[in-house]
Write a new protein. Structure first.
Ligand SMILES: [Zn+2]
Ligand SMILES: [Zn+2]
Length: 245
């Protein structure tokens, strides 16, 4: 697992993150909630995980703008998070792409209405920064479809699932849905991700699941995969508390 996309641009979901630019960092300057910011996803050896660190838009360097252009193949709208920005912020990103640097260093565009958390309770997963398809390696993850969630339905080991990389505060985390539970809107987003070679895991799943994914993407409708064969029932061990996640 490589922790998702390298960059993300958004209206800050909290006022807690510090800016990584040297001077801001020294002075402990935070990024305001709702303010336009750029996240860079990097591996932190000490923490043994990927962590997204942030900069004020005005503190983004020309080298980072070039890095963004590179991963987005010169298309601003291919930058993760771009679609959820205000029109004004989108314009600043376009300008930066044109000039290979941030044009207005004072630009903040604080938009509390666009400062969304990752999860809202209608089951739609927001602020998605990446997708992956995979065979569930265990039966621990729940499904984010409200119907499954209400009933506590888990995704069984061996079932085809879709993983959504989302941002929560400064961290990347994964949420999952049964493949059969994804919505037409999500299929649309997947088509886009697949076209850009950004649908992870697609080459690693067995052929019958691969066909289900490709057929779903091509038709725009969710094709239901066959259920995996039921695993042998587990005999509960006494004296141990059940694991949950
Ligand atoms: Zn800064
Ligand atoms: Zn489900």
């Amino acid at each position: 697992d490589d922790g998702g996309p390298k960059y993300r641009i958004e209206h800050s979901t909290s006022g807690k993150a510090g800016c990584q630019q040297a001077k801001c960092k020294r002075e402990g300057v935070k990024i305001a909630k709702g303010e336009l910011r750029l996240g860079t996803n990097g591996w932190w050896e000490q923490e043994q995980k990927f962590i997204m660190t942030w900069k004020h838009w005005g503190c983004v360097t020309p080298a980072q703008v070039k890095g963004l252009k590179l991963i987005a193949s010169d298309k601003p709208k291919a930058v993760p998070g771009f679609a959820e920005l205000s029109a004004e912020s989108q314009e600043q990103v376009r300008l930066a792409f044109d000039q290979e640097k941030v044009v207005d260093k004072e630009f903040k565009d604080i938009r509390l209405d666009l400062a969304k958390g990752s999860y809202q309770d209608d089951g739609e997963i927001r602020n998605v920064v990446g997708y992956k398809v995979e065979v569930a390696p265990s039966g621990r993850a729940g499904c984010r479809n409200p119907m499954c969630k209400d009933k506590g339905v888990k995704i069984l080991k061996g079932e085809l699932r879709l993983g959504f990389a989302t941002m929560w505060e400064e961290y990347t985390s994964w949420a999952y849905k049964h493949w059969r539970c994804i919505t037409p809107t999500e299929i649309g987003a997947l088509q886009d991700a697949h076209d850009h070679g950004m649908l992870k895991g697609i080459v690693n799943i067995p052929e019958h699941y691969y066909n289900v994914v490709i057929e779903s993407i091509d038709s725009g409708e969710v094709i239901e995969p066959l259920m995996p064969e039921a695993p042998p029932p587990k005999i509960p061990k006494s004296g141990k508390s059940r694991t949950s996640k």
